[in-house]
Design a protein around this ligand. Structure first.
Ligand code: FES
Length: 355
């Protein structure tokens, strides 16, 4: 219920409004100590009666929204311009990241100016007439809904959004630029992998080194029925990118009877029945570690994908999408097993290949 709808006997006189309960106590005329004191009379702000002051407020709000826009642009520029490792000295904190400092300051200022602009707009230009509204049943009557819509329309009108085009335009500009700050942060997801996932350390002439003994392998080191794990020559465990490289280059080597090899290409890429396959499962990349000598099957322990090493390592069971990549191998002049090139397809889960 608005002040206009308050019962007349409950409306305060001007004196009551001005002095409140003190005046009531002095007169001692009212028996009801809980009478509704009503709302104090509305006092016009300077902006309500002076169009020049209103214009000044409008310009202030527009200035705040404009500063917000510039700060957002500054945020994006800082993100691009400042190197990640540059630091600045800031008393009394000490040395801090220049990038983080610039991002924090510009984004903070952009958000602050939007908030300050909105508050200043509401306090100086939007209608400040107080209205009282009584509680009503939770389920609104159709008339109430109509009133809400009417109030909303009235509020929109009183906010002067349509009339104060300068505020409206700068506000929309500030609000639409701020989300861009989030877009540029996507850069922190890191550089694109480009074709790094398509290549491994294997190359023509790289020796196959036993993962356990760290010694180059000769054909005689690979016994029938055994499963040997190998890495490329030159890759050491203390290398900073060891895990990254071995996750792509890990190899398993098995010796089969050449007559048991059904796939012609597999036979051509092997040496005296020794075949080398990627150890990384093509399902979701677990290292394969179980070999069944009788059937020549290898099994991934994660989801039981099973590959037939005597038939091009094709999938015979489980969720893996395609065969394990084979590495073409041979023997160098000194009798060591060597790679004859890199894998001809990406290793690991199928999405690399499809991507
Ligand atoms: S990762 Fe090998 S079966 Fe799932």
């Amino acid at each position: 219920m608005s002040s206009q709808e308050t019962p007349e006997e409950n409306l305060p006189s001007e004196q009551e409004s001005a002095h409140g309960a003190v005046a009531v106590a002095k007169t001692g005329e009212h028996a009801d100590p809980f009478a509704d004191p009503g709302l104090p009379p509305h006092e016009h702000r300077v902006q309500d009666i002076d169009e020049k002051a209103a214009r000044r407020s409008e310009r202030t709000v527009a200035l705040l929204f404009t500063v917000s826009m510039l700060s957002t642009i500054g945020f994006i520029a800082s993100f691009v311009a400042f190197p990640v490792d540059k630091s600045v000295y800031l008393w009394p904190i000490g040395h801090i990241s220049a990038l983080n400092f610039a991002l924090g300051m510009t984004l903070g200022l952009a958000l602050f100016c939007i908030g300050a602009g909105a508050v200043h707009w509401a306090r100086t230009l939007m209608s400040d007439v107080e209205v009282a509204d009584e509680r009503h049943p939770i389920e609104a009557e159709p008339e109430v809904k109509a009133k809400v819509l009417a109030d909303f329309a009235q509020g929109a009108k009183e906010s002067q959004l349509g009339r104060r085009k300068l505020i409206r335009n700068t506000m929309f500009g500030a609000l639409s630029l701020v989300p861009l700050s989030g877009v540029v942060l996507l850069r922190d997801l890191g550089p694109l992998p480009e074709d790094k996932l398509r290549h491994t350390l294997w190359a023509k002439g790289k020796l196959l080194v036993n993962m356990n003994t760290n010694e180059p392998l000769r054909p005689s080191d690979v016994a029938v029925g055994s499963l040997t794990f190998a890495k490329p020559e030159g890759l050491e465990e203390h290398d900073h990118d060891f895990q990254t490289q071995i996750a792509k280059a890990a190899l398993m080597i098995v010796r089969l009877q050449p007559d048991d090899i059904k796939d012609k290409r597999e036979l051509a890429w092997s040496h005296e029945g020794i075949v080398a396959y990627s150890k990384i499962c093509t399902h979701v990349g677990c290292p394969i570690s179980l070999y069944e000598q009788q059937t020549h099957h290898v099994l991934c322990p994660c989801h039981q994908s099973t590959f037939d090493l005597s038939d091009g390592a094709r999938v015979i069971f489980g969720p893996a999408g395609h065969a394990l990549p084979q590495l073409r191998i041979g023997v160098n002049d000194e009798g060591y097993l060597e790679a004859l090139g890199d894998f001809e397809e990406p290793v690991g889960p199928a999405f690399w290949e499809r991507g």
